[in-house]
Design a protein around this ligand. Structure first.
Ligand SMILES: [Zn+2]
Length: 247
């Protein structure tokens, strides 16, 4: 049993979902990055029993955030298959453009913060947890999570990439760390040490891709770091994800 806390399923995706189910995934969360892709995530969730939808505006797309967009997200979030607000967050490193090219010119931080805070307010209103993209040099995201009151409902840092001190503060706050395929393959020592030190009960697995079957290799890597079986990692991280999204 394995689970995917964060992937992007767009266009024809039946094969990748079936492949993931065959690999043992029982729960797959499909995230949105803007209104259009959030609607797609909801539609995919309505086509596959293992897939649940998330709606949200990515910090890379924070320039598309406006009152009309939040109204559309609110409507989409009423769908019974929607279990979280994702992908939201802050990124002061760079962004990908609509053409998916990387640029160091990120969206104005003030706009990113407004987008994040208003989407957290929506999550609180709808009583849905949040999965947060966090690429800032400070602990600003954690401060916002703490201030807004969303922690009573639930939060995870998606694509966790920081070190043990940051991980410890997350666990103290009750924030899950979602461990991504690319980050664990890159294997920065401070990140690996954070994974070793964090109790399995606070970890989730994700690919952040269109191929959720890849979480099995993430579970394998976590298992090696922690000296447990990959099945144990899969079972516990799936229970964690279900607890976070109340399934
Ligand atoms: Zn993502």
């Amino acid at each position: 049993m394995y689970s995917e806390s964060h992937c992007h399923l767009r266009g024809p995706n039946k094969e990748s979902v079936l492949k993931a189910e065959e690999a043992g995934l029982t729960l797959i969360l499909a995230a949105g990055i803007d209104v259009e892709s959030s609607a797609e995530a909801v539609s995919v969730a309505n086509q596959h029993g293992s897939v649940k939808g998330c709606v949200g505006i990515h910090p890379w797309r924070a320039d598309t955030f406006n009152p009309e967009a939040i109204e559309k997200l609110r409507e989409l979030s009423q769908d019974p298959e929607v279990v979280a607000i994702s992908e939201i967050g802050l990124d002061y490193v760079g962004r990908r453009t609509a053409e998916w090219e990387f640029t160091e010119e990120y969206v104005d931080p003030e706009i990113q913060r407004t987008s994040l805070r208003e989407q957290i307010a929506l999550a609180i209103e709808r009583r849905l947890p949040v999965l947060v993209h966090d690429r800032t040099p400070t602990e600003e995201v954690l401060d916002i999570l703490e201030e807004t009151g969303i922690l009573k409902i639930g939060a995870a840092i998606h694509g966790f990439s920081k070190g043990p001190d940051y991980a410890r503060r997350c666990v103290e706050m009750g924030v899950y760390l979602s461990i991504g395929k690319r980050t664990i393959e890159q294997g920065e020592e401070h990140f690996l040490e954070a994974v070793r030190q964090t109790p399995l009960e606070w970890l989730l697995t994700e690919t952040d891709s269109g191929d959720p079957a890849g979480v099995v290799s993430v579970a394998e890597s976590i298992a090696e770091l922690k000296g447990v079986s990959k099945e144990e990692v899969g079972r516990v991280t799936t229970e964690n994800l279900k607890r976070l999204v109340r399934l």
